[in-house]
Design a protein around this ligand. Structure first.
Ligand SMILES: CC(C)(COP(=O)(O)OP(=O)(O)OC[C@H]1O[C@@H](n2cnc3c(N)ncnc32)[C@H](O)[C@@H]1OP(=O)(O)O)[C@@H](O)C(=O)NCCC(=O)NCCS
Length: 332
């Protein structure tokens, strides 16, 4: 069996909080060779509670792990694998992405110092459903599909949030929510689970104001957690508000596409493939991948790909600069 992962105190506390949420909601927790499979039969469409957890540092490869996940999560529309150790996930990430999975490296952060005082923006408590327009917009931004009210993810995450007494705070403009946070408290710990600002209203302090308000509302919790994309900018915002890194975890998700059937992944004559959520360029030994919702590109070969533009759903476009590859521009 692979080695158990040694974690420092903060990382262990973050893992324990995360796992305690699974234990509270999931009705089956089944050990497998490298971790635990958790499933919540009441919430089969809620990805976060139907997961193959990889809890040890293992050399398992894409094909074997994907087969384990397919078997363990049989009958569900989605497939999800969480790695307790990001470095373990990095070994297989590119392969999963090439097969249409979406990879997110998350940074769990724990509040360590007080947040600055709120700055005069009015933040108010609202009903869960008051921010539905923003939830739909966020889901579309993240997954490039529309979250309808009938979606199982939408309905089941709502049911669970309401049953746990989730607290929703929002900024309203002309009675219309334009930013919101959602938090949950379980026992002595709390987590800010959502922070979202309408794209048209970003960059003017609303994200800071609503996060500060959520922190203030969680006063009294022994631990306060927030989870950020480790490869994106919000973690800097949270750090400014007193949160410190505790643990990284990588999620791999193959999401069901309900709204439209998934189109065939475009295959190009120089080896590039594009999928709905990831695009990957292979030219000889060079490999570059980009997620459409990002504006930045991670590349192992910056000479090969100078610009990579991904347009939403199914129309991913890769633009080759040409000079380094010897291929004419826009070959893809
Ligand atoms: C992250 C987010 C809430 C920030 O809201 P905001 O109102 O723009 O934030 P503020 O104006 O108070 O603060 C700006 C800071 O937020 C972060 N930020 C701003 N725009 C951002 C963007 N488009 N993407 C990511 N982070 C951003 C940065 O840290 C920024 O500081 P910087 O300009 O010095 O880099 C907003 O961009 C958003 O809703 N993003 C999509 C949802 C999301 O990623 N939520 C966080 C989940 S972890």
């Amino acid at each position: 069996m692979a080695d158990a992962i040694a974690l420092d105190e903060d990382a262990a506390a973050a893992r324990d909080w995360h796992h305690s949420l699974h234990s509270a909601v999931c009705d089956t927790l089944t050990p497998w060779e490298h971790g635990t499979v958790v499933r919540a039969s009441r919430y089969p469409g809620y990805f976060d509670y139907n997961v193959v957890r990889v809890e040890r540092d293992t050399q398992i490869g894409f094909a074997e792990l994907a087969a384990v996940a397919d078997r363990a999560l049989d009958g569900l529309a989605h497939c999800r694998v969480d790695f307790d150790l990001a470095v373990t996930a990095e070994r297989v990430r590119t392969d999963f992405e090439a097969h249409g999975w979406r990879a997110t490296r998350l940074l769990w952060m724990r509040q360590r110092s007080p947040a600055p005082s709120p700055d005069g923006v009015l933040v108010q408590a609202v009903d869960y459903d008051a921010v539905q327009r923003l939830r739909v917009t966020w889901h579309r931004e993240d997954f490039e599909i529309t979250l309808g009210e009938q979606d199982s993810y939408s309905a089941q995450s709502r049911e669970l949030a309401l049953s746990r007494g989730a607290r929703v705070l929002a900024v309203l403009e002309h009675d219309r929510p334009i930013a919101f946070t959602q938090s949950v408290t379980v026992g002595e710990a709390a987590e800010i689970t959502h922070v979202y600002v309408d794209p048209e209203h970003r960059g003017r302090g609303l994200g800071t104001a609503i996060t500060c308000a959520a922190i203030a509302a969680a006063r009294g919790a022994r631990d306060l957690w927030i989870c950020a994309d480790d490869e994106d900018r919000p973690k800097e915002l949270y750090a400014r508000l007193g949160f410190a890194p505790a643990r990284t975890l990588t999620e791999l998700l193959r999401v069901a596409r309900r709204a439209r059937s998934a189109p065939a992944r475009p295959q190009t004559r120089n080896g590039a493939v594009a999928s709905a959520t990831t695009a990957r360029l292979l030219v000889g030994a060079a490999s570059t991948h980009v997620r459409p919702e990002r504006t930045s590109v991670t590349t192992e070969s910056p000479d090969v790909l100078n610009t990579c533009i991904a347009t939403p759903y199914a129309t991913t476009v890769l633009v080759l600069a040409g000079s380094a590859t010897g291929l004419p521009e826009n070959t893809v």
